[in-house]
Ligand binder design. Structure first.
Ligand code: ATP
Length: 263
């Protein structure tokens, strides 16, 4: 379970570059809930994800994982709770290491450095089984250096590495955005399968509204540092892309009207 309460963040406060990135964000993900996050550029989506990951700390507010306050815990100390896949296919894997070495590293995540990172026959068997689920033939390429894989293959591997140890929280930051439509669809399918298989509590940021509607069982829309729409599974299932655009325009319009009225 992930509980984000009253998060506020202002970058460069008191300067000409001041930017209020988050305005009192409240968001609770129950165990196994898969929330997709959409919103305009600069809405604060990545900032929320970075705070859940411990990459950034809020000015005020708290982040709890399974009831434990991790607000001030840096990302490397959250590794045992968190799986994360980034937009850049180069970011989640070590290119000069082989597929099996990367998987061994992922398996040892959160443990002391040097412990549990070797590849044993037993682990190799597990890696083969896990890689087969990707249906990309990577189980036959255990000794291939990851730098030689295509972007889609690397993202599929990153996803597997992020979910291998069944983390409490999975964070996906536009992880299919750099892929062609076919590969993006594949990684989306693998994501849905992995989340279901491990019952992962998941937060996925995407600019692709179709993907946001297809994946997950809840959808939130952000704008200007706030959550402006929160659809449950039923509402999400009935929603369409034009419907989302309509909601966005409607809510944005209402906010502008409110501000105008305040002046
Ligand atoms: N490290 C930072 N330093 C200064 N400002 C930042 C930083 N990170 C984010 N911001 C600002 O905070 C606001 C929210 O940014 P954020 O990256 O969270 O938006 P986003 O919704 O992920 O946008 P996009 O869809 O464009 O990636 C933006 O105005 C951005 O410029």
């Amino acid at each position: 379970m992930l509980e984000i309460a009253n998060l506020n963040k202002t970058f460069f406060p008191g300067t000409v570059n001041e930017r209020r990135a988050l305005r009192d964000i409240n968001l609770t993900l129950r165990e196994g809930e898969f929330v997709t996050v959409i919103g305009s550029n600069g809405a604060g989506k990545s900032t929320v994800l970075n705070m859940a990951a411990g990459k950034l700390f809020p000015d005020t507010g708290t982040v709890l994982v399974d009831g434990e306050d991790v607000t001030k815990l840096p990302d490397f100390k959250r590794a045992k709770y968190l799986g994360r896949v980034f937009q850049d296919p180069m970011a989640g894997t070590a290119p000069t290491m082989t597929i099996e070495e990367n998987l061994a590293l992922a398996l040892g995540r959160g443990k002391f450095r040097g412990l549990g990172t070797g590849v044993t026959a037993r682990k190799r068997e597990q890696f083969v089984d896990e890689l087969k689920t990707l249906e990309l033939g990577l189980e036959k390429r255990l000794k291939t250096k990851v730098g030689l894989l295509s972007g889609g293959q690397r993202q599929a591997l990153s996803l597997l590495m992020a979910t291998l140890t069944g983390p409490k929280i999975l964070l996906l930051d536009e992880h299919t955005a750099a892929l062609d439509p076919q590969r993006a669809a594949l990684v989306t399918r693998l994501t849905i399968e992995a989340v279901e298989r491990h019952r992962l509590t998941t937060l996925m940021v995407t600019h692709n509204m179709e993907q946001a509607l297809k994946a997950g069982n809840r959808l939130i829309m952000m704008h200007d540092g706030q959550i402006i729409l929160d659809l449950n599974a039923q509402e999400k299932a009935a929603m369409t892309v034009p419907g989302l655009l309509h909601e966005f325009e409607k809510i944005k319009g209402a906010q502008l009207d409110d501000r105008t009225m305040l002046q």
